[in-house]
Design a protein around this ligand. Sequence first.
Ligand code: BYC
Length: 328
Amino acid sequence: MTSTITPDPSASAVISVEEQHFNDLIDADSRIEPRDWMPEGYRKSLVRQISQHAHSEIIGMQPESNWITRAPSLKRKAILMAKVQDEAGHGLYLYSAAQTLGATRDDMTDALIAGKARYSSIFNYPTPSWADMGSIGWLVDGAAICNQVPLCRASYGPYGRAMVRICKEESFHQRQGFEILLELMQGTEEQRQMAQDSVNRWYWPALMMFGPPDDDSPNSAQSMAWKIKRHSNDELRQRFVNMLVPQAAVLGITLPDPELHFNEDTQQWDLGVIDWTEFHEVLAGRGPNNAQRLQRRRDAHDNGAWVREAAAAYARKQSARTKEMAAS
Ligand code: BYC
């Protein structure tokens, strides 16, 4: 529908000193810091994206922690445990970054456990085999790196800085996943089949991690204008597929897309059609594991109540002691 509202040129010309400063910082590719004035929409968009990202890291611990006790060797257990701990750390950096924008940790957690907050669609899929630890590392962390390296240059300082460390760790995670699959692909026929079956299940959901197609992505345009996002969803998805094809060849794994072919004109790999109905079903809470993931998060929150109470009691005791010492 065409808008009938005629913009008032004099109104749009009025811009506060603070807003001009914000625009100048964005134009100069400089960083916005928590002390700086920022438009309310910018703050809200960041809280939305950063808190969703933090929730994804925390929920993302579940599909892998499922395998810690069943990993095939002590070495594999130790590596997987370290990786899952890294994800917890990523969640904490990101919650802290969101807190610098005025969001409270309690509100973010409440929204997650009440089922009102989003987290990445990918973590609603099951992990029935050990090869899934390989696929999560190779495909899920691989997609995460493609998506998150540009976020190191996000215009909001605390977010960009958190992403630098996260990306370093994601890079290790991606390699350990690739190495699990490589070992399986060099094993028995049954192991090779297990690896291929796992990649068949994770490939398409990993492509969905980048979000809806560009013409169906309501947040992209503004987010890119504010330099939070640096590339569109489709651009990053394409970059990911271009990266995967030669790696799949090294592994000896077939990517489960019969339409995948190299386009000589664009020098890119053209992919088949993504099932966006499945993506929207998962986002609506109807994915294979949505209910289980949220229930486990709720249970963990309830079971951790005594830790929060003990920490708060200790903080009160410390603060009383500090006051007593200051008074004496
Ligand atoms: N899943 O306008 P769009 C990890 C939502 S953690 C669920 O394109 P935007 C890891 C989107 O939020 C990986 N929802 O949005 C952890 C929006 O809904 P709202 C997590 C999705 O923000 C543990 C609506 O669809 N990574 O790697 O411009 C172990 C329209 O989308 C998804 C991040 O969070 C999805 N896949 O772009 C291992 C990265 N896609 O909010 C690994 C940071 C879209 O309007 N986030 N939606 O209700 C981003 O880069 C961007 O937020 C997105 C979406 C590219 C995800």
